[in-house]
Design a protein around this ligand. Structure first.
Ligand SMILES: [Zn+2]
Ligand SMILES: [Zn+2]
Length: 119
């Protein structure tokens, strides 16, 4: 088992609000977004936690969706390259921020459709 690559051990600095976020999170093995503002960084390739992408762009939560198994997921879009990714919601994510996204009508209805291909 290797530790999380790149990050300094047990936490990472949020690209959005500069919060120091502990990697360990309830309900997910690979926390990759900030529980406070839900911002993320484009570092993973196909597999969550693989750190295979070199983009390093800022990813914003643009929508939320429910997977087949009833699990909620966030749809992140990279501001640099436009990549869409589905990310599991962590147990300590900011409920208000999640709700705000869930209730937000999609500005671009194609995002929800394109997110299917990110699965
Ligand atoms: Zn943040
Ligand atoms: Zn990117």
């Amino acid at each position: 088992m290797r530790g999380p690559g790149g990050e300094s051990g047990a936490s990472f600095r949020c690209i959005g609000c500069r919060l120091d976020v502990p990697i360990a999170a309830p309900g997910t093995a690979h926390r990759n977004h900030c529980p406070h503002c839900l911002a993320s960084r484009h570092v993973d390739g196909r597999t969550p936690g693989d750190r295979a992408n070199t983009c390093r762009g800022r990813m914003l939560a643009v929508s939320s969706t429910v997977r087949d198994n009833g699990e909620w997921a966030l749809v992140h879009q990279c501001l640099e390259c436009g990549t869409l990714k589905l990310n599991r919601i962590a147990g300590d994510d900011n409920a208000l921020a999640l709700l705000r996204i869930a209730l937000r009508p999609l500005a671009d209805s194609r995002i929800g459709w394109r997110a299917l291909f990110a699965l």
